[in-house]
Write a protein that binds this ligand. Structure first.
Ligand code: NAD
Ligand code: TYD
Length: 348
């Protein structure tokens, strides 16, 4: 399969590129990425010399850039079989500060890619989406299924929901074979340290406070990035066009418990308020979703997917990765990221 992967220099995209090249000898990848603050070619050092891999720097919302990527696939591999669309602005806190870039990349960018996929008669288009499009659950509510209606609460979630609906419409109206995956919170190697788990690890290692929003009892469903990548690959190859597939981690946990588990892995005091414990409760995120939980029954039943990582093992492996790759996160934590944190959480 010859793939156009967008956002392949980001956290999940880079894990996916590495995964498919290792898993499928007959797979080729063109990676189209704008290299925003979240994109980092270092994430793909180990595959960049692979003859089955090409990188194109460009913006998914710019039709000429997308066309260049399609041509690169034609020249290098003789054509394109599928698009796997990861590229996005992905951080809720940033979307609260500046929603417009989320609309441009996540909404317009998706439409530009769908138009290109149609023009070039691409065989599959996989839209990588999130459980956040479903909104927020209360403690006792049943998990979402693929039939739950979109009810996004943050500008990020709204932009992803809009993109999902445009992808769906493109399938219905023009017959493009569109598939949508909606995954829960990922963690693992190469995650940008603006997200909770790598932020907690790197702040604690740098001797800084770990901010926990509100009462810390918000619940997320954590999945290891490799389990997500395997699900995307399965849906891409064997999923039914026109369908949505939820990908849940079956690991619901409260934020405070996740942060405490990270600190225990690092051998640091984890009881808030005790000497040496870096946890600091800060003002809540506006519109903060209380709980996410999904049923992955369709994915399990139709495609035989099972998660392989238990949370405790995955967290240990991830913390180990950050301990072993200090130079990587020290570089990405400087500059723009630091300025953003100081403007936002620093002021809470
Ligand atoms: P990320 O922020 O780590 O990476 C995003 C990548 O997209 C970066 O490499 C960035 O340079 C690139 N990019 C951004 N704007 C672009 C543009 N206009 N044109 C081309 N490239 C652009 O994000 P991630 O966490 O790897 O998430 C990837 C996808 O998975 C997103 O679509 C996100 O909505 C979805 N998702 C993420 C999670 C999660 O927990 N991280 C969960 C479910 C779904
Ligand atoms: P995040 O990793 O930003 O993912 P999302 O908002 O997409 O779920 O946040 C995960 C949870 O952790 C969310 O409930 C917000 C919370 N959080 C904190 O408490 N402190 C932090 O510094 C960050 C980044 C997140």
């Amino acid at each position: 399969m010859r793939l156009l992967v967008t956002g392949g220099a980001g956290f999940i995209g880079s894990n996916f590129v590495r995964y498919v090249l290792a898993e499928h000898a007959d797979c080729a990848v063109v990676n189209l990425d704008k290299l925003t603050y979240a994109g980092n070619l270092e994430n793909l050092r180990d595959v960049e010399a692979d003859p089955r891999y090409r990188f194109v720097r460009g913006d998914v919302a710019a039709p000429a850039d997308v066309e260049r990527a399609v041509q690169a696939a034609r020249e290098a591999f003789g054509g394109l079989d599928a698009v796997v669309h990861f590229a996005a602005e992905s951080h809720v806190d940033r979307s609260i500060e500046d929603p417009q870039v989320f609309v441009r990349t996540n909404v317009l960018g998706t439409q530009v890619l769908l138009d290109a996929a149609r023009r070039h008669a691409v065989g599959r288009f996989l839209q990588v989406s999130t459980d956040e499009v479903y909104g927020s659950l209360g403690e006792g509510d049943a998990p979402w299924t693929e039939d739950s209606p979109p009810a996004p609460n943050s500008p990020y979630a709204a932009s992803k929901a809009a993109a999902d609906l445009l992808a769906r419409a493109c399938g219905r109206t023009y017959g493009l074979p569109v598939l949508i995956t909606r995954c829960s919170n990922n963690y693992g190697p190469y995650q940008f340290p603006e997200k909770l788990i790598p932020l907690a690890v790197t702040n604690a290692l740098a001797g800084e406070e770990v901010p926990v929003y509100g009462d810390g009892r918000h619940v997320r469903d954590w999945i290891h990035v490799e389990d997500h990548c395997r699900a995307v690959d399965l849906v891409l190859r064997r999923g039914r066009p026109g369908e949505v597939y939820n990908v849940g981690g079956e690991n619901e946990a409260r934020n405070i418990d996740v942060v405490r588990a990270v600190l225990r892995e690092l051998g640091l005091p984890d009881e808030p308020g005790t000497p040496g414990c870096p946890i600091r409760f800060v003002a809540d995120r506006p519109g903060h979703d209380r709980r996410y939980a999904m049923s992955s029954d369709r994915l399990r039943r139709e495609l035989g997917w099972r998660r392989r990582w238990a949370f405790a093992d995955g967290l240990r492996q991830t913390v180990r990765w950050y301990l072993d790759n200090r130079a990587w996160w020290e570089r990405v934590r400087s500059g723009e990221h630091r300025a953003f944190r100081e403007r936002t959480v620093g002021g809470r």
